[in-house]
Design a protein around this ligand. Structure first.
Ligand code: NAP
Length: 433
């Protein structure tokens, strides 16, 4: 302990004592002495709100457990940490905490992506902090670097693997050549996918995180509704094999980019060259690759979920907010001054992979080539596979708009020479992009 007069304790109210909340409660108790040194005051847990007070919660002091979340939220603790999840009652509780003068820390990506604006507005009005490092990519320090370390730069693009479940599934499909359904069942058995995996596999979870990243990167308000979202449930073992043959790997990417006309935010399965740094992110790990005008390329990597890793990010926010309480300072508020237009995905410029089942007869290639060129999509590479009834054609394009590619695919699917459009996927991360 330092010899200076000790500051009064910093009080912490915890809303939620589940996977992440119980890990935070335990770290607060286990590391109390270190936290006191780091903050410059004792850090004292005053309550843990849950639904079921009877449940056993190792690491959570039993005498602090309450089912009265509303009273705890409005108790005027220095910091209210929300780890319940969902939009309501989390939003109402956080607004009442802010109104009572508490700084707030949350990991709630769903709430932030749907209505972060009302939390920021209230925090600004009441002069308190709002931190949410754990809401995107769990343990990985990412939002503070975006909000602070890169705040003097111009971020141009963010590419992220921000959902561990889908990365686990795609990695297994890549390594074992297995089908999506088979690997999903295995992921569920191992606890890497929920019983209802929709939010993960259809990209909704990644889309909420993409909205949060885009807002911080481009100083422009972005909500979940602004994010174009496609999941991985349509990715086939055939797509994975075709990617491998071309030296690519398939990842579910969250992509946020600034173009000359505005901001585009999208989540979809993407082919990446195996040489790209994100291609080597395997299993349930997360990573985010940022391109900025002055910094160039920067990458963040680590555990994107799990109670204890996520609690690390929550604790970092908690220490920062506690230090601000002790010093009388404040962290950054909302920054949406750029107010750039958020453009539809049709405006996005990317390369594509198109996999076609075609009739094996003369003139096929010419009719297909004109479907591309008539819509302004230029072909980079064509690979022909098989023969007779099994003829297949894989086309990789140069950069084109999503809208032009959609028209091309529509035309291809009407050609007599094309039996079926088997797969269409965006390609990112090639040199020269
Ligand atoms: P969880 O295990 O389901 O825990 C939720 C906790 O909140 C439980 O203790 C629950 O009480 C309590 N709770 C829920 N509704 C309540 C209500 N109306 N009143 C009082 N208490 C209520 O969730 P989690 O996995 O810890 O996730 C918490 C937050 O962290 C979510 O926003 C999530 O998106 C985010 N997050 C989680 C992870 C992760 O790996 N788990 C990673 C990054 C971010 P009972 O225990 O009595 O049910």
């Amino acid at each position: 302990m330092s010899s200076a007069v000790p500051a009064s304790p910093v009080t912490i109210a915890l809303l939620g004592g589940g996977t992440v909340g119980s890990a935070v409660a335990r770290l607060l108790v286990d590391h109390a002495a270190d936290l006191e040194e780091r903050v410059g005051a004792r850090v004292v847990l005053t309550g843990v709100a849950v639904r079921d007070a009877g449940r056993s919660r190792p690491g959570v002091p039993a005498d602090l457990v309450t089912t009265d979340a509303a009273a705890l939220a409005a108790s005027g603790a220095d910091i209210v940490v929300e780890l319940m999840g969902g939009i309501e009652p989390a939003r109402t509780l956080l607004l009442s905490a802010i109104a009572a003068g508490s700084s707030v820390v949350t990991a709630n990506k769903a709430l932030l992506a749907a209505d972060g604006a009302s939390l920021y507005e209230a925090a600004g009005r009441h002069g308190v902090d709002l931190y949410f490092e754990a809401a995107v990519a769990g343990a990985i320090p990412l939002l503070r670097p975006l909000r602070e370390s890169l705040s003097g730069d111009q971020v141009t693009k963010v590419l992220g693997i921000v959902n561990g479940t889908t990365n686990f599934i795609l990695t297994k499909m890549d390594e074992e050549g297995a089908d999506y359904a088979e690997v999903l069942a295995e992921a569920q058995a191992l606890g890497f996918a929920e019983a209802d995996p929709t939010a993960d596999v259809e990209g909704h979870d990644a889309a909420a995180k993409a909205a949060i990243l885009a807002e911080l990167a481009f100083h422009t308000r972005v909500t979940l509704d602004d994010v174009h979202c496609e999941g991985i449930s349509q990715v086939t073992a055939e797509d994975i094999r075709a990617a491998q043959d071309m030296g690519f790997v398939i990842k579910l990417l969250a992509v946020a980019e600034r173009t000359a006309d505005g901001v585009i935010v999208r989540v979809h399965p993407t082919m990446l060259p195996r040489s790209h740094p994100l291609a080597s992110v395997r299993g349930a790990f997360n990573a985010v690759f940022i391109e900025a005008e002055s910094a160039g390329e920067v990458m963040f990597y680590g555990h994107g979920a799990g109670g204890v890793p996520t609690a690390s990010a929550v604790m970092g926010d908690l220490v920062t907010a506690a230090r601000n309480r002790v010093s009388g300072g404040r962290g950054p508020g909302e920054s949406t001054y750029s107010n750039l237009p958020v453009l539809p995905v049709g405006a996005a410029l990317t390369r594509y992979y198109v996999n076609l089942s075609v009739a094996d007869k003369p003139g096929v290639l010419a009719s297909i080539a004109s479907a591309f060129s008539d819509n302004g999509v230029s072909i980079q590479v064509v690979r022909q596979d098989g023969h007779g009834d099994e003829a297949g054609l894989i086309v990789r394009t140069h950069r084109a708009t999503d809208a032009a590619l959609a028209k091309t695919v529509e035309r291809l699917s009407r050609l007599d020479t094309v039996r079926q459009v088997l797969g269409v996927m965006r390609v990112e991360g090639e040199a020269g992009e």
